[in-house]
Design a binder for this molecule. Structure first.
Ligand code: GAR
Length: 205
C-alpha cells in the first residue's frame, strides 16, 4: 500500500477546512497525514484544532521581518526552509492569508494548492463570500462557488484541480450562503488534495 501523503496545512484563522482534513485523515477517508500546521497569526483557532489532534504547529509571523527591515522574500525563504524540513508531499493553503512569492513556491513545484471561496476569475483576494453575496443582491451574478487550484505568485489564480458551483437564493442571508459555501469547500478540498497527491505519485513513479 502507498505510504500516507504528508501534508503541511497553512492557515490564518478559524481552521474549519483544516478540521475537515484532520477528520478525513483520522477516519481514513483521505490517505494522508497532517505533519505540520503553519499559521501567520498567533490567535488563529486552527492552531488549537491542530494541537488537539496532536499535530505539530508553527507560528510564523511576518512582523519580526518587517521590524528588522527585511522584506517578504526573506520571510518566504525562511518559511520554505522550515516547511521543507517536514518533507511535505503537498502544501495546502486552507484560509492562509499571505501572498506567497516565487521565493517560496519555487521550492515546492506542483506541490502547493489553495482553496478559494469563488469560481475561477471571480472575486480574488479577501472577503470573496461577502463580495459574491453583495454582487448577487445587485443582480450581477446568479451563483458563486469555490475552487481548489495550484498556487502561482498571483492571488487566487492558477490551474484548477476541482471547483463547485454554490447557488444563491433570494431568501439567503449572508450567514446561510456562507454555511453552504463552507460545506462545499470542505468537500472539494478533500477531493483536491486527493487529486494533487495522485498526480504527484504518478509523476514520481
Ligand atoms: C475559507 O472560506 C477559504 O476559502 C478562504 O478563507 C476561509 C478559511 O476558513 N480563503 C481565501 O479567501 C483565500 N483567498 P477556515 O479558516 O474556516 O478554514
Amino acid at each position: 500500500m502507498e505510504p500516507r501523503g504528508r501534508l503541511v496545512v497553512m492557515i490564518s484563522g478559524f481552521g474549519s477546512n483544516l478540521q475537515a482534513i484532520l477528520d478525513a485523515c483520522r477516519e481514513g477517508r483521505l490517505w494522508a497525514e497532517v505533519v505540520l500546521v503553519v499559521s501567520n497569526r498567533k490567535d488563529a483557532y486552527g492552531l488549537i484544532r491542530a494541537a488537539r489532534a496532536g499535530v505539530p504547529t508553527l507560528y510564523f509571523p511576518l512582523r519580526p521581518y518587517r521590524e528588522r527591515g527585511l522584506d517578504r522574500i526573506a520571510y518566504d525563504r525562511d518559511l520554505a526552509d522550515q516547511i521543507a524540513s517536514y518533507r511535505p508531499d503537498l502544501i495546502v493553503l486552507a484560509g492562509w492569508m499571505h501572498i506567497l512569492s516565487s521565493a517560496f513556491l519555487d521550492r515546492f513545484p506542483g506541490r502547493v494548492i489553495n482553496l478559494h471561496p469563488a469560481l475561477p476569475g471571480m472575486f480574488p483576494g479577501r472577503d470573496a463570500i461577502r463580495r459574491a453575496f453583495e454582487a448577487y443582491r445587485r443582480g450581477e451574478i446568479s451563483c458563486s462557488g469555490c475552487m481548489v487550484h495550484y498556487v502561482t505568485p498571483e492571488v487566487d489564480v492558477g490551474p484548477v484541480l476541482v471547483q463547485a458551483v454554490v447557488p444563491l437564493y433570494p431568501e439567503d442571508t449572508l450567514e446561510r450562503f456562507e454555511a453552504r459555501m463552507h460545506e462545499a469547500e470542505h468537500r472539494i478540498l478533500l477531493e483536491g488534495i486527493q487529486r494533487a497527491l495522485e498526480r504527484i505519485r504518478t509523476v514520481s513513479s
